[in-house]
Design a protein around this ligand. Structure first.
Ligand code: BLA
Length: 515
């Protein structure tokens, strides 16, 4: 087969998505100097909505667009939500935010249906939020949220997309219209939502892409005289989005997308990600209702996760006490105790294999065979690993890696059983270790490799095509396990604390027996 095209995913992270200099055509942007109130930048589409062309508006006072009373209401609403105004003789929702020394006004025409919803805004928020109080547990909460957002926005597929520690993501809840295919449980690479986009989404929680086929409308003037850059649209609801991302959505068969950030303790935790198969506009009022929901959900996520962490700790403490009882019993040999309790030992850290290296020496002839449970490298490979760690400076404590192949190249080819290693040293005087192993991620999750037709890279075209990048990314995660969490490491250390005596006593017995 032809070799895959060379793709550099870091290219994605370099696109300045806040400086693309365009807006989506479902609204109009008018920026004015905060101090003088003179209009400084407008989107090129002012004529149809406002009845005045960009040249006619630039330099005018902002009251040429919005009367003073409306402007005062919009100013009062800054940061809290959209305000209903009349502009160019039409009902619009208005949003205002600051960008540098400019105030940025965004106007979106309202339909009659939007207007009715706006009057019932409290009711809409109530309908969204009330069910949250009736369920317990993170996954039930997320499911209720997905259903509520679908009911309010009418999008065909509403997902909750959760980030993992390495920023790849997983669809953890989903509500969809009949006949729409689902993504529940699928994992997507981190590069699908590059770092600068995640940073922006942390600060700015709402994004509507009303029509993935719509051409962006430019700004007039395209760049600001003082910076030489386009107006910074980080906070703009109408911000046009990356062409690469639009192509990704088109490849997926999506016509409109809407996403709302979920934060936990101030960090991006996930997104409520909505797809519609055809173009779809959601009024600023409804978007705001979704933001309220997301904020409440974010608060609850923190509480739920602290509860879940506590439950994990309790569960692991219980595993540990069963292990102490199981391995510490008088007259039981360690190998036979491990046969009975090996699964507990793996569960303790979420590993799929464990090796206990207990001998005085590590050389293949004289050294004692390690005790193995589950999926592990061979005894010889385990001893070679112990030899390396025993000679690693600072190798006296706990060590963990998601990429054992980088730390210990002889195991680079064994990612099928040992991509991740969590190691604790039991004895500072002798090379005695417990190793917990995990296989590479690619084997443990379902990747959404190619949910839809891949975009073929065009010959001679440097731009990156989202799905063509998938294989490149998959090469990237090859050889890496899921990350070890703080709780995993703590569990390993508590094992050492609780069992070091027991294990060393066994080791002494084993040594006596083999003499
Ligand atoms: C943005 N990528 C996004 C967004 C999502 C995804 C949700 C936020 C914008 C939106 O709401 O549409 C990805 N969407 C997904 C995923 C699912 C989904 C994973 O529904 C799964 C169900 N994307 C790529 C590659 C690049 C890339 C290779 O796949 C880089 C070249 C870029 N994605 C990219 C960029 C943005 C983005 C630049 C920011 C768009 C913007 O806000 O301007």
């Amino acid at each position: 087969p032809p070799s895959p095209p060379e793709i550099d995913l870091s290219q994605c992270e370099r696109e300045p998505i806040h400086l693309l200099g365009g807006v989506q055509p479902h609204g109009v942007l008018v920026a004015f100097h905060a101090a003088s109130s003179r209009i400084t930048v407008v989107s090129a589409n002012t004529e149809p909505l406002l009845g005045a062309s960009p040249p006619a508006l630039l330099g005018q006072p902002i009251t040429a667009v919005l009367d003073a009373e409306s402007l005062a209401r919009v100013r009062a609403g800054t940061g809290t939500g959209p305000v209903r105004v009349r502009a160019g003789g039409r009902a619009c929702s208005a949003l205002l935010h600051a960008s540098g020394d400019a105030s940025v006004l965004e106007l979106e025409p309202l339909t009659d249906a939007d207007t009715r919803v706006e009057e019932d805004a409290l009711e809409a928020i109530h309908a969204l939020v009330a069910p949250l109080g009736q369920v317990r547990g993170t996954s039930a909460l997320l499911q209720v949220a997905a259903e509520g957002v679908r009911a309010l926005t009418g999008f065909d597929r509403v997902m909750v997309y959760r980030f993992h520690a390495d920023w790849h993501g997983e669809v953890v809840a989903e509500s969809r219209a009949e006949g729409v295919d689902g993504f529940m449980g699928l994992h997507f690479p981190a590069s699908d939502i590059p770092a600068q986009a995640r940073a922006l989404y942390r600060r700015s929680p709402l994004r509507l892409i009303a029509d993935v086929h719509a051409r962006p409308v430019g700004l007039v003037p395209p760049t600001l005289p003082d910076t030489g850059q386009p107006l910074d649209l980080s906070g703009a609801a109408l911000r046009s989005v990356s062409e690469v991302h639009l192509e990704y959505l088109r490849n997926m068969g999506v016509g409109a997308s809407f996403s709302v950030s979920l934060l936990k303790d101030g960090e991006l935790w996930g997104l409520i990600a909505c797809h519609h198969l055809s173009p779809r506009h959601v009024s600023a009022q409804r978007r705001q209702a979704c933001e309220v929901l997301a904020r409440l959900l974010s608060l609850q996520l923190g509480a739920e996760e602290r509860g879940a962490d506590a439950a994990t700790r309790v569960h692991r403490a219980e595993l540990l006490s069963r292990l102490v009882a199981g391995l510490g019993g008088e007259g039981v040999s360690l190998p036979s105790a491990l046969e009975t309790h090996g699964a507990l030992l793996m569960d303790l850290t979420g590993a799929t294999g464990v090796a206990l290296v207990l001998g005085e020496r590590l050389d293949a002839e004289q050294g004692e065979a390690p005790l193995l449970v589950g999926q592990t490298p061979t005894p010889k490979e385990v001893l070679a690993l112990a030899t390396r760690l025993a000679s690693t400076p600072g190798g006296s404590g706990t060590l963990h890696t998601e990429r054992l192949g980088a730390l210990h190249p002889p195991l680079a080819g064994r990612a099928d059983v040992a991509a991740g290693l969590l190691a604790v040293r039991l004895d500072p005087q002798a090379p005695r270790f417990v190793f917990w192993f995990r296989p590479e991620v690619a084997r443990t999750v379902t990747w959404a490799g190619n949910p839809h037709k891949p975009a073929q890279p065009e010959p001679g075209h440097a731009r990156l095509h989202p799905r063509a990048s998938f294989e490149a990314w998959r090469e990237d995660v090859r050889g890496a396990s899921t990350p070890w969490t703080q709780a995993d490491v703590e569990a390993a250390e508590s094992f050492r604390g609780a069992l070091v005596g027991v294990v060393l006593r066994h080791a002494a017995e084993l040594a006596r027996l083999s003499r």
